[in-house]
Design a protein around this ligand. Structure first.
Ligand code: GLN
Length: 445
């Protein structure tokens, strides 16, 4: 814990990964834990972790990197935070993100941008940019992120670390500030696959406080890291290596696929024919849910409150001054999609497309164990490069959003470099088959 704070102090001025630090409480907790006998310590005992700032932490400021939550000190811990503590982990602080998890570059943080530790002129990805950069810079070995449409996997790919989006329902969302409730999942970001498997096991499980959490057994994932993938059936969707994927990314991913063959897996090309509609469906559905979820930020209950003469003005002024541009854009898009006159053409249509996308995955998983492809079409872009162009940034999510729409799990692991920036390999599994994903991921290490 002390080492983590030293690293943060030395590096974070340039990286920008951390928001609130939990120094006093974490140091006290660590000192107390030094007294615990060795035989009572589990595999994650005493290890420092950073928690994304949309996961509530009792008494530790939680802002979602938004002005509207400035000064908000939650009165309880999210279920995942309680589970970290039960595993003996020490929360050293809250990590930076795109405001309310909306973005792919961490440039929508209302507090400060995050810099990619591999090259400070590039973005770390988003929205869990702080989570990925903190691990890549060696500030902490573990972080939690959240993934609604790629926000764990895309920054993990850009920063050359391991990030897992679990099956929808695997991990409790209680205490995760909701962006799009039917898509959101909390997941681990780590330096290697084994750490990731251990952390996912620690945070998983059914929770009486989240009715969408699944009552399924939580396996010992680390036990499944046998290194043996002989006979495993791997599918490569042709849509995931289509135009838009850069030459450098394609070459590294192809090399990873060849490696799988070498290790004894069989590899076939398949099709996920509705992939081309995923981006449009995702932005309609996620914005619709966000417009509803974010109505709770009214200036009365949490954080920032604007000066105003009357109640209505207080709501209007708080939201006008408290939310950033991207969040407002999503609220407007979502409110529009849900309106009586446009609901059938947008929201309902997008739900129908979502079902088709889920069926695409079901079809492939009838015959294959995992689906493999790139996590992102390119490596990390430059800070500021796409600031005026939200559509280009949205397009970056094309390979990650279908997974959330279907609800299946997927990991991003590092697979080489293109011009000195990391490339991510995405491994997608069937529902609750995270163990199989980890087994394949581990075969590369
Ligand atoms: N980039 C996507 C978005 O902006 C994904 C965000 C996420 O997964 N939280 O909505």
């Amino acid at each position: 814990t002390a080492e983590a704070f030293d690293r943060i102090e030395a590096l974070d001025g340039e990286v920008g990964a951390f928001l609130a630090l939990n120094k006093e409480a974490a140091t006290a907790q660590a000192a107390e834990m030094d007294q615990v006998p060795f035989e009572e310590r589990g595999p994650l005992f005493g290890l420092p972790i950073g928690v994304k700032d949309n996961i509530v932490t009792e008494g530790l400021e939680t802002t979602c990197a938004s002005k509207i939550l400035e000064g908000f000190n939650p009165i309880y811990d999210a279920t995942v935070v309680q589970k970290l503590r039960a595993a003996g982990m020490v929360t050293v602080g809250k990590v930076n993100m795109d405001e309310f998890a909306m973005g792919s570059a961490n440039e929508n943080s209302s507090i400060k941008p995050v810099h990619n530790p591999w090259n400070f002129n590039h973005v770390p990805g988003g929205s869990s940019g702080g989570s990925a950069a903190a691990v890549a810079a060696g500030e902490v070995p573990f972080t939690l992120g959240s993934d609604t449409g790629g926000s764990i996997r895309q920054p993990a790919a850009y920063c050359g670390v391991v990030g897992m989006k679990p099956t929808y329902g695997r991990v409790s969302r209680f205490g995760l500030v909701a962006f799009a409730s039917s898509l959101d999942q909390v997941g681990p970001i780590t330096r290697n696959v084994r750490d990731n498997a251990l952390l996912l096991e620690a945070i998983s499980g059914v929770d009486a406080n989240d009715s969408t959490s699944a009552n399924v057994e939580v396996p010992n994932f680390a036990e499944q890291l046998t290194g043996d993938i002989k006979g495993l059936k791997v599918a490569v969707p042709k849509e995931y290596l289509a135009e838009g994927v850069s030459e450098g990314v394609r070459a590294q991913v192809q090399a990873a696929i060849d490696k799988l063959k070498e290790l004894g897996a069989t590899v076939d090309e398949v099709s996920l024919p509705h992939s081309k509609y995923a981006l449009a469906a995702y932005y309609i559905l996620s914005s619709s849910e966000a417009s509803s979820n974010l109505s709770r930020f009214d200036g009365i209950r949490y954080g920032f409150r604007a000066e105003a003469d009357n109640l209505e003005d207080l709501y209007l002024q708080t939201r006008a001054q408290g939310f950033g541009d991207e969040v407002k854009r999503r609220i407007m898009l979502g409110t529009y999609s849900l309106s009586a006159g446009t609901y059938d053409a947008y929201y309902k249509k997008a739900q129908q497309v979502r079902t088709l996308i889920k069926q695409d995955f079901d079809e492939v998983f009838k015959n294959y164990d995992v689906i493999v492809g790139p996590t992102t079409p390119t490596t990390a872009f430059k800070l500021g490069e796409n600031l005026e162009d939200p559509m280009t940034v949205y397009a970056n999510d094309i390979l990650t959003v279908p997974i959330n729409l279907a609800g299946v799990p997927a990991i991003s692991i590092p697979c080489g470099f293109d011009a000195d920036l990391p490339v991510g390999l995405q491994i997608i599994g069937n529902y609750f088959a995270e163990g199989t994903i980890y087994r394949v991921a581990d075969a590369f290490e």
